[in-house]
Design a protein around this ligand. Structure first.
Ligand SMILES: [Cu+2]
Length: 121
């Protein structure tokens, strides 16, 4: 009878260990990086239609700027990247934090209102 108790204990501990192993695997998948995230910013006088870009650290950020009205460009502070009208740029979000993006062409009276935020988590 004591033998059964030992067998049961062994089985239980094996199950426990394998369950733990699976949980760890899942966690590392969730924090996996390196995804490509695509965004299109549509610029008009004087607004970006996309005011927030949210990605995870390690993601590749692909940004296209469409100038629907006027002449604008988007500059990402802190990353020193700029995308001009009807162009696409790509960069890796390798720093966490909140970074402002602004219009980098003086386009008129509402120029200062043309801002957005890049959030890297
Ligand atoms: Cu501007």
């Amino acid at each position: 009878m004591k033998k059964w108790l030992i067998v049961l204990t062994v089985i239980t501990s094996i199950l426990f260990v394998s369950a733990c192993g699976k949980a760890e695997e899942g966690a590392s998948e969730a924090s996996g990086s390196g995804e490509v995230k695509e965004f299109t910013i549509d610029a008009t006088n004087f607004e970006f239609d996309l005011k927030e870009i949210k990605v995870n650290k390690g993601d590749t950020v692909k940004v296209t700027l469409k100038n629907s009205e006027g002449m604008h460009a988007v500059k990402f502070d802190g990353y020193n990247k700029e995308v001009k009208g009807d162009e696409t740029i790509e960069f890796v979000a390798n720093k966490t934090g909140e970074f402002e993006y602004i219009c980098s062409i003086f386009c008129g009276a509402g120029h200062d209102d043309m801002v957005g935020k890049l959030i890297v988590e």
